[in-house]
Design a protein around this ligand. Structure first.
Ligand code: NAI
Ligand code: PYR
Ligand code: MG
Length: 370
């Protein structure tokens, strides 16, 4: 199969859909790969490396989109990319459609087949293609939050870990999944006072077993959220209901009772955000202030550490890309119910229930269309 990998065009997005090592595996399996010129150059993955792995370099995204049967990307297609898709072409990338009706409309109009990394599941209730970027974003959330807490950034002027004789900052993590666990781990490592909230008791038990008494766990209710958020110096938003828009757990009223100069990092912003006052920001202008509280809401946080993220993403996506290329999308999705959960849009029909519900479209089960 002819697989195409365009250069990412979202603001400050330097990841690329596949490393040269991934390309080499595809070529060894008998596939052809087109890479857009300088697609990985910003993170040291040169055209020469891709050519050595067996790819052909083409000058424009237009050429990648017009020739490839399967497009592999990182970020959701921007409008100009959606318009380059053709009927029956397969797109495999992050989509995050629930908060993005415009992208959904363009993908439906394209009549393409859009498979979202973030809704592919696995047999132990995980999201294997979201997980690597959630690991990155969870860890980054603490770096970003610590930076925002500095006085020059408008923050409280607090060091996360404190020093001998001075108390550490209070970090509250909402959602104890992959993002939340990685954030908690980093915050504990820096010596912060960390509390994590989740609605899943099973997950809280696992976290308790993993981190022991250093980590405080709390069952998430409006009451515990209110109590923790209003006392926090740094809050990390890390909840997810797969495919759906994030629930708004921290209201403007709660925000009004927080410390001035406290920091919110809403990692869940790519699903619309879990704070009422969140709106997506970019690496270029990552923060804004509401009610005296600093908001960091970058929707592509892993793009900030694009080299680490690209390697981590290819490690996870490669077996799926190989399956799509070798079997064709129908067979690959028929063979694996978890992979099939990634199908969001098929030739104009919405095939993921949570996405359809969030956007008000009719829903057709993936199994019926493939
Ligand atoms: N901004 C960015 O650049 C990135 C954003 N993300 C996003 O981060 C979010 C979290 O992702 P993961 O950690 O991988 O998901 P996950 O599924 O591993 O964890 C989500 C957790 O939220 C919990 N939860 C659900 N409702 C809750 C509630 N009301 N209160 C407390 N906890 C609740 C669930 O029980 C689960 O443990 C997703 O929206 C994901 O797309 C992930 C990577 C990068
Ligand atoms: C998961 C996601 O949205 C990202 O890596 O940018
Ligand atoms: Mg994102």
């Amino acid at each position: 199969m002819l697989v195409g990998i365009p250069k990412e065009i979202k603001n400050h997005e330097y990841r690329i859909g596949m490393t040269p090592a991934g390309v080499r595996e595809l070529v060894a399996a008998g596939h052809q790969v087109l890479i857009e010129h300088n697609g990985g150059a910003a993170i040291g993955l040169t055209d020469a490396m891709y050519e050595a792995a067996g790819a052909s370099i083409v000058d424009t995204a237009q050429e990648v989109f017009s020739r490839a049967e399967l497009i592999v990307k990182v970020k959701e297609p921007q409008p100009i990319e959606c318009r380059m898709l053709s009927p029956g072409q397969v797109l495999f990338t992050y989509l995050h459609l629930a908060p993005d009706p415009e992208q959904a409309r363009l993908l439906i109009e394209s009549q393409a087949i859009a498979i979202a990394y973030e809704t592919v599941t696995d047999s132990h209730h995980g999201l294997p293609l979201l997980a690597p970027m959630s690991e990155v974003a969870g860890r980054m959330a603490i770096q970003a939050g610590a930076h925002c807490l500095e006085k020059a950034q408008g923050g409280l002027g607090m060091l996360l870990g404190g020093v001998p004789g001075v108390a550490p900052a209070k970090v509250v993590v909402i959602g104890g999944g992959v993002v939340g666990t990685n954030a908690a781990r980093m915050a504990l490592g820096l010596g912060a006072d960390v509390t994590i909230l989740d609605r899943s008791l099973t997950r809280l038990k696992e976290l308790d077993a993993l981190y022991g008494p250093a980590l405080k766990t709390l069952y998430s209710t409006t009451e515990t959220l209110e109590q923790e958020v209003t006392a926090a110096d740094l809050v990390i938003g890390a909840v997810l209901i797969p495919g759906a828009a994030a629930p708004k757990l921290v209201t403007r009223a709660m925000l009004g009772r927080m410390k001035k100069g406290a920091v919110l990092v809403d990692v869940a912003i790519d699903q619309g955000g879990c704070f009422e006052t969140s709106r997506a920001t970019t690496h270029q202008q990552p923060t804004y202030v509401e009610e005296g509280v600093i908001h960091y809401c970058v929707a592509n946080m892993p793009g900030g550490v694009a080299r680490t993220s690209t390697f981590a993403l290819t490690n996870a996506t490669l077996p799926y890309v190989l399956a799509l290329a070798s079997k064709g999308y129908r067979q690959a999705l028929q063979d694996d119910v978890h992979f099939r959960n990634g199908l969001n849009i098929h030739r104009g029909q919405v095939t993921h229930q949570a996405v359809a519900r969030a956007l008000g479209y009719g829903y057709v089960p993936a199994a019926e269309v493939i």
